[in-house]
Design a protein around this ligand. Structure first.
Ligand SMILES: Nc1ncnc2c1ncn2[C@@H]1O[C@H](COP(=O)(O)OP(=O)(O)OP(=O)(O)O)[C@@H](O)[C@H]1O
Ligand SMILES: [Mg+2]
Length: 290
């Protein structure tokens, strides 16, 4: 597999260091389409600046792994992109729509095209699985209860569960099932983009591996674009097309795993060449080029 030279991937020119300039190993069909564009994002809480002129591109059809130290601001950037955290500066465009400049209806039309799996509180604890799955659908579509029920079962099957889960409450589910139901809910409106915040955290390695496979399969079959915050090196090696690294409030690098491994940045060296990483590298079968 060709190595991207560190200089080609370097982001040390002091200007917008981001993925936009880095080739994405997608379907090879020319220039990839930027589906999410975050520019010059500044977010802070009181005196603490979390995102400091952050830039990030996400391309259609890719699985982007978003990494960075704990507290670096990964969830904050994800929540800023989806409009849950106000920013002090910057623009977010999704499907080319400037989310601050568009009307309420324009915003809702974009929101209808994404699904979200949050890091915490993935499901409403007082609602059954079925009600959880139907919640976002009811918000946007006026469907009969029969259709809603059929839809809920179809989504459960999509994530490897069946109708027997419908009437359970979240407290009755295992960690792995909870993640699957949360993923099913994120898929409930047939989104084009899914945002996943630490989807495999708390799962054992086998459960996490199965979940990764599920995400990759769904991405392929549904043509999804996946923005995945993760600490999971296995996920980064096995399912992510590209990785973006957040440090010091900025995306300091974005590119393939080869780009990450070639970086001289201290945090990236420690992360991607650390003991855990080496174990994963040796355990994960390397993809063969077609
Ligand atoms: N609503 C909020 N109010 C105040 N501070 C916040 C808020 N949300 C996040 N922060 C702070 O912003 C920083 C970044 O938080 P964030 O949750 O994005 O980290 P993270 O990179 O996702 O970390 P982790 O990997 O542990 O999930 C932290 O210092 C956090 O305490
Ligand atoms: Mg987080």
């Amino acid at each position: 597999m060709a190595r991207i030279s560190p200089t080609a991937a370097a982001t040390s020119n002091g200007q917008d260091p981001l993925a936009g300039q880095i080739p994405f190993k997608g379907n090879g069909a020319g220039t990839p389409e930027v589906i999410i564009e975050a520019r010059d994002i500044v977010v802070g809480f009181g005196d603490r600046l979390v995102l400091n002129h952050t830039n990030l591109n996400v391309y259609r059809g890719e699985i982007l792994g978003f990494v960075g130290g704990s507290g670096a601001g990964k969830s904050v950037l994800m929540r800023t992109i989806i409009g849950l955290i106000p920013k002090r500066q910057g623009t977010v465009k999704v499907f080319g729509v400037d989310m601050d400049a568009t009307s309420d209806a324009g915003r809702r039309a974009v929101e209808r095209r994404w699904g979200i799996l949050f890091q915490q509180g993935a499901l409403f604890s007082s609602l059954t699985v079925k009600e959880n799955l139907q919640f976002p659908v009811r918000e946007y579509l006026n469907l009969s209860q029969k259709l809603l029920d059929e839809l809920a079962i179809a989504k459960l099957e999509m994530v490897g569960l069946d109708a027997s889960a419908c009437d359970k409450y979240p407290s009755e589910l295992s960690g792995g099932m909870t993640k699957r139901v949360a993923l099913a809910r994120a898929l409930s409106l047939d989104p084009e983009i899914v945002f996943l915040d630490e989807p495999t955290s708390g799962l054992d390695p086998i459960g996490a591996g199965e979940f990764d496979t599920l995400i990759a399969t769904l991405q392929r079959t549904l043509g999804l674009t996946v923005f995945m915050v993760t600490h999971d090196l296995d996920s980064l090696h096995t399912v992510c097309d590209r990785i973006a690294v957040l440090a010091d409030g900025k995306v300091i690098s974005a590119g393939t795993m080869e780009t990450m491994l070639a970086s001289e940045h201290p945090w990236m060296r420690a992360y991607f060449h650390g003991k855990r990483s080496r174990a994963v590298e040796h355990a994960v079968p390397q993809p063969t080029e077609s």
